[in-house]
Design a binder for this molecule. Structure first.
Ligand code: UDP
Ligand code: MG
Length: 321
């Protein structure tokens, strides 16, 4: 294999980690074994590596990562200065890895995504010329009922709101260097990678896998984080909520016309005081509606505000290689 070929098949596996000390030793053992097998089989270049991104963990995550970096030339670690969230941490990893890798594979630290399909992803890229290969879950039987239904609601909601995303795909995907380069051109702060990646264009494909149980530790995505991801997803990609204000406004105009007729009729009948009930009702009704509308506008204004600042998404504390 020439230098040039080696360079062209260098794979980086990017793993964002937030307080993952329980599962990381297992993750590293499995990913290292996989990478070794792929390097031996000539599927991955000799310079291939795993890049762990420590997203401001407060446990022993970074101690583990830095020890592996020292002992193993195929392991790298990137320590972010604080917790910036899964999406930003992943982007930090991709942005760092793209300089040394021809393709990146992003995967969660908890081994829920089946790493055995990674060689298939790589072959779709190397042999079929795909720039983006999505890992797509076949079924969700291993997820809890709550996680499954909320996640399905999330996809339905996103599609209803006009955001294009790949159904049952989280952030387990392969991206070629040029795809990552393109992704890094997107300047936005409210990151929703699953919505951004389909915007890149390029040839894409999917590989199917069964989602496994989290191997150790607990989910780092409580309901609050899932909701904020959903809000980011919708408000960063769709102006549909803004259109909803118009529909709501129209509906209330019609209702208020009906109320006007009712008020006039009761006035001519000489029992005007009786209208008090309907008046109170409509005050509350319209007031509530206006608040909802205002909150939608506020969500967008909030985002204009954060985007306008052009703050860096993350700051790197240390980069070991
Ligand atoms: N994660 C992160 N920063 C955070 C939250 C999560 O880097 O603030 C990482 C976490 O370590 C894991 C991945 O994001 O590798 C997905 O998190 P998790 O598996 O807890 O989410 P779930 O599968 O429960 O949705
Ligand atoms: Mg998980």
């Amino acid at each position: 294999m020439t230098d040039c070929e080696m360079e062209n098949s260098t794979i980086a596996i990017v793993v964002p980690c937030f307080n993952e000390q329980e599962v990381l030793p297992q993750t590293n053992a499995q990913l290292r074994a996989l990478l070794d097998a792929m390097m031996r089989g000539g599927q991955a270049g000799e310079g291939s590596f795993i890049l762990y991104v420590d997203d401001g963990s407060r446990d022993r995550t970074w101690a583990l990562i830095s020890a592996w970096c020292e002992a193993d030339s195929h392991v790298r670690g990137l320590k972010l200065a604080g917790n910036v969230g899964h999406q930003n941490a992943l982007l930090a990893g991709l942005d760092t890895a793209r300089h040394d890798a021809a393709a990146t594979v992003s995967i969660d630290a908890d081994l829920q995504d089946d790493i055995r399909v990674i060689p298939e992803m790589v072959s779709r890229w190397a042999d079929d010329g795909c720039d983006i290969v999505y890992g797509v879950r076949r079924k969700r039987s291993t997820d809890s009922f709550f996680k499954r239904t909320t996640a399905q609601l999330f996809y339905k909601f996103m599609t209803g709101m006009g955001v294009k995303s790949v159904y049952n795909h989280a952030d387990f995907r392969l991206m070629s260097r040029r795809a990552v380069d393109a992704l890094c051109q997107y300047e936005e702060r409210n990151l929703f990678l699953r919505g951004l990646v389909p915007l890149l264009g390029y040839k894409t494909d999917q590989v199917l896998y069964d989602r496994l149980e989290r191997q150790a530790g607990e989910s780092k995505y409580p309901l609050s984080k899932m909701l904020s991801l959903a809000v980011d997803g919708v408000t960063s990609f769709s102006v549909k909520p803004l259109c909803l204000i118009f529909y709501l406004g129209t509906a209330f105009l019609v209702i208020s016309l009906a109320i006007l007729v009712y008020v006039l009729v009761s006035l001519f009948q000489g029992n005007g005081v009786q209208g008090w009930a309907s008046l109170m009702l409509s005050i509350w009704f319209v007031g509530g509606c206006m608040l909802i509308c205002m909150s939608i506008i506020a969500a967008y204004i909030g985002r204009i505000y954060t985007e306008g600042k052009h703050r860096p998404r993350y700051n790197i504390e240390q980069y070991l290689k």
